[in-house]
Design a protein around this ligand. Structure first.
Ligand code: GDP
Ligand code: MG
Length: 369
């Protein structure tokens, strides 16, 4: 059995740097003339310090509060995250993605039971940016997960990422750090399966599981092209339905033909038939998850480390981007001034290139804020 708790890692051979780094970041990343220096901890009230400390002791309420703050885009969480970060990196992060209704939550519920039976503690993040107010799909998930609610070894939270500037991936990564520091052996992330987050999960997970069902439209339309590239494991759920065998065959064929897969070197994605409701295929999926982890950890864990390096690169660039943009906006004089500048650009009094260049110079060349 693989050691869940070894040096954890993640990421993927992505189009990472080129896509994420705008040109004005290059001086910062590459040839900055200032020596690298970690900023001092901002003055943090005692209460805030305690939040991270409580999380490290496994305090459920403190953990919930911190994740809530992350979800709200509260920038004060950074000092807590810095305290927690050294304690992260030990959990196995498993992502579930796929269209709404395919049975992800039902499967997650089954996996939680399996991990618990095997003595692992589990943190679950349900990501649903579509319904911040009603709870939407998450509400159903909560009801479904109720049987774990009295289990101290399970912690479940949903996130809508209302305020986070860096978007879904950023706040998901931050929340994962919190759950790892809390001491959970396994962190499961379920996305609601709409929009970008459906594929972005791959940035955060070590093992990405794409869930689909038989007979969703013609042929392989059951799965979007982007999803084919990110899955380490594919589940054809509701295989009690007609057409399951055909969907499985087609998926396997597509995987065989695909040359765009971004998965881990040496790993062949697998297609598993399941009925999450009855538990069919659940053992097989569980074993496959452990096998994938073992594959990452094989040898001296080079694959895991490579995955982690890409993940950290993404995370760092996201953070840098967020901080630089916020500083630039502050320099500009806030949102109101931004509107004025935009008006000036629209009326051709100036241009976006010049404004951007000037601001970058001020930010990187000028004195401190
Ligand atoms: N027939 C059938 N229904 C299932 C199966 N697994 C889940 N469901 C049902 O599909 C619906 C959506 O499941 P859910 O887990 O909420 O999907 P999610 O939106 O992907 O999280 C629920 O009503 C489940 O009871 C299955 O294996 N077979
Ligand atoms: Mg769900």
């Amino acid at each position: 059995m693989p050691v869940i708790g070894g040096w954890a890692t993640a990421g993927r051979p992505y189009t990472t740097l080129a896509v994420l780094a705008p040109w004005w970041l290059i001086p910062v990343l590459g040839c900055g003339h200032r020596p690298h220096r970690v900023p001092r901890d901002p003055a943090v009230p005692e209460r805030k310090q305690l939040l991270a400390e409580k999380v490290l002791k496994g305090d459920v309420r403190a953990t919930a509060r911190l994740i809530r703050k992350i979800d709200d885009g509260d920038r004060q969480v950074f000092s807590d995250l810095r305290k927690l970060y050294p304690h992260s990196g030990r959990s196995h992060i498993v992502g579930f993605t796929g269209a709404p209704g395919v049975g992800k939550s039902t499967l997650v519920d089954q996996m939680v039971s399996k991990f618990r039976q095997n003595g692992k503690t589990v943190g679950i993040l349900a990501i649903d940016p579509t319904s911040p107010f009603t709870g939407g799909a998450i509400l159903g998930d909560r009801v479904r997960m109720q049987k774990h609610s009295t289990d101290n070894g399970v912690f479940i939270r949903s996130m809508a990422t209302r305020g986070a500037f860096g978007g879904l991936t950023r706040s998901t990564d931050d929340a994962i750090v919190v759950l790892e520091a809390m001491g959970k052996n396994v962190v499961i992330v379920e996305t609601v399966g709409v929009g970008q987050d459906e594929v972005e999960i791959v940035h955060s997970a070590h093992t990405t599981i794409v869930v689909t069902v038989p007979g969703m439209g013609d042929d392989i339309q059951a799965i979007k092209a982007g999803l084919m590239e990110i899955g380490d494991l594919f589940v054809v759920n509701k295989s009690d339905r007609q057409g399951a065998a055909k969907t499985i065959r087609e998926l396997e064929f597509m995987l065989h033909m695909s040359d765009k897969r971004s998965g881990v070197e040496g790993w062949t994605p697998r297609v598993i038939a399941a009925e999450a409701m009855t538990g069919k295929g659940v053992d097989e999926l569980y074993e496959a998850i452990l096998e994938h982890r073992a594959h990452l950890e094989a040898g001296d864990g080079e694959r895991l480390k490579a995955l982690q390096a890409i993940r950290v690169t993404n995370q760092l660039l996201d953070l840098l981007r967020e901080n630089l943009v916020q500083s630039a906006l502050k320099r500009l004089g806030g949102r109101e001034s931004l509107k004025q500048v935009v008006r000036d650009i629209v009326e051709k009094r100036t241009d976006p290139y010049g404004v951007c260049f000037e601001l970058t110079e001020k930010l990187l060349g000028g004195g401190p804020d």
